[in-house]
Design a protein around this ligand. Sequence first.
Ligand code: CTP
Ligand code: MG
Length: 245
Amino acid sequence: MTEPTGNDPGDRGRIAAIVPAAGRGERLGPGVAKALRTLGGVPILVHAVRALAAARSVDLVVVAAPEESVDDVRVMLADLSTEAEIVIVAGGETRQDSVARALLALPQDVEVVLVHDAARPLVPPDVVDRVASSVVAGSDAVIPVLPIVDTVKEVDDEGIVVRTLDRSVLQAVQTPQGFRRSALQLAHARSDGEDATDDAGLVERMAIPVHVVAGHEEAFKITRPMDLVLAEAILVRRRAGGVVG
Ligand code: CTP
Ligand code: MG
């Protein structure tokens, strides 16, 4: 297995992280685009890019920013002290569009692509490296997962339970999701405008095996207002413990 070093792109293709950040954050309530709202005084997007750039495996970060905020995002990310190169493009109407636009901006020498929601700003860099290592070791597609804690039921249109699903075979999926670049590009090209809620979903449709690695509770997605409360609490705990958030 080749270890990703993050510093020596000479002997292999580079590893890029794409960050879809162009969503509005409707479920969070009124306000600026979700990725631009702050957490501990710092925009969610900046936390996410920092976490990716702090991973040993990541050489390059491509952000798909809200179309009207590309210039603001450029300023926001300009002072980040990181060796990873940062590229900013305008995102699209859907998450999938945003990822597709970022894919178009990838330099030629990128062979492995991670796709990471800006809305998961507290992902531990170890999770990023775990996903990247698994792709570098030979998997075409890799996703981080966690066991489901709630019982999950299928419910019909009338609000009647159809069945209880077997929780032992279900997993909650996080990001970053990692791909061999060629597999992800092909999956996007074949998607035919059909929307998938994650990138692995597109790859699955091509019957390419998607492997799983362990996710992490702190890689949760900020979706609803209470998620901000949890994220702030995690930041306070990290800062108290001397870990820079
Ligand atoms: N995203 C994007 N472009 C879009 C829509 C979503 O880049 N047109 C990004 C979001 O910025 C987020 C990630 O995809 O980082 C996951 O999406 P989600 O959590 O659904 O974020 P939003 O779409 O912003 O939230 P909501 O669905 O509540 O509006
Ligand atoms: Mg959304």
